[in-house]
Ligand binder design. Sequence first.
Ligand code: FE2
Length: 111
Amino acid sequence: MHHTSNTLSEAVRARSIDLLNRHLAAAIDLHAQVKQAHWNVRGSDFGAGHRLFNSTSVKVEVYTDMIAERAGTLGGTAHGTVQAAVERSFLVPYPLGVSDIGQQSSPCQRP
Ligand SMILES: [Fe+2]
């Protein structure tokens, strides 16, 4: 763990960094899933869905950055590679292929 002026105990910071990295993996996964939806949405409301998924991906990216930087602030290391995300994400995999906007389900909820 890196030196920091944070006053939390090392145990609390270590637990927080681990939790942040689990959620960083999920956020990276979510960003990729939303872009997957953006690229493959079809149907009568294609335009609205295409824009919605794109703007959502931008918001997810902002929060991903906040999660990663918080891990660093607490003296940890952000585990932000795609490979790390694959190992640690707790999201249900998003289906590959084309999706009809009328049939979309949330990629972040378990069935
Ligand atoms: Fe695009």
